[in-house]
Design a protein around this ligand. Sequence first.
Ligand SMILES: NC(=O)c1ccc[n+]([C@@H]2O[C@H](COP(=O)([O-])OP(=O)(O)OC[C@H]3O[C@@H](n4cnc5c(N)ncnc54)[C@H](OP(=O)(O)O)[C@@H]3O)[C@@H](O)[C@H]2O)c1
Length: 231
Amino acid sequence: MRILITGANRGLGLALSQVGAERGHQILAGVRDLHNGKESLTQLELNKSITLLPLNVINEESVSLAAKSVKENFGSIDAIINNAGVLLERDKQIEELDLDQVKVTFEVNFFGPIRVVKHFLPLLMMGDRSSIINISSEAGSITNAYGGDYAYASSKTALNMFTQQLSQYVSGSNMNVYSIHPGWIKTDMGGDRAPGDPIETAKGIFDIIERKRVIDSKNVFISHDGYPMPL
Ligand SMILES: NC(=O)c1ccc[n+]([C@@H]2O[C@H](COP(=O)([O-])OP(=O)(O)OC[C@H]3O[C@@H](n4cnc5c(N)ncnc54)[C@H](OP(=O)(O)O)[C@@H]3O)[C@@H](O)[C@H]2O)c1
């Protein structure tokens, strides 16, 4: 399968690129800073199955150019993984929140996936094995709101709504459309104390994309191992 991954140069995106390439998929690794991306992705020594793609999800022109380049060079894709994300204004109380940072959070975590789907959906095969995966977070659960991370949590709630709307839009096809909570994992965002390994999360996500893990729920918000999450 040919799979677009955003934010592919580090963290979960890098793990997804690694696992995807190891499983024989062709990875279109979206990176906003090509130099930064090349360094880490080259270390995988799997470059033949990984193509670096300049892609800054906050810039619609960048997303549009990336889609044009994929169309010209590959024609179509089988899956989109909207992984790029930021966690800003951590631990800030509402009284001290910087609204500009809230806006940046929404630009990346919410408008970013919308831009990517807008421009890449026409390239997505409508076959049985196609998928749109939006990497979300349990922080976006309204049911389990914990009174913090206003920007991040709200952006992921909005992302879950986008996923729900999209799944309705493509409901005539057999496309998989999910928001996936990846667990608390060791990355720059998750920190060293996180118990989870991004590689294990990536394997779970690829099991879902490859239909090895059949989802036994109508819920579009699920965990990386395929269980429903509370919206
Ligand atoms: N880690 C966790 O415990 C955890 C838990 C729940 C959900 N998540 C979600 O999992 C996803 C991956 O997180 P992570 O832990 O791997 O985070 P990370 O280590 O901080 O990596 C974030 C990635 O997003 C990219 N990115 C940021 N802004 C971008 C933009 N404008 N355009 C393109 N790429 C951009 C970064 O690229 P640069 O290197 O260029 O900055 C980087 O590749 C996120 O959506 C996050 O919300 C993570």
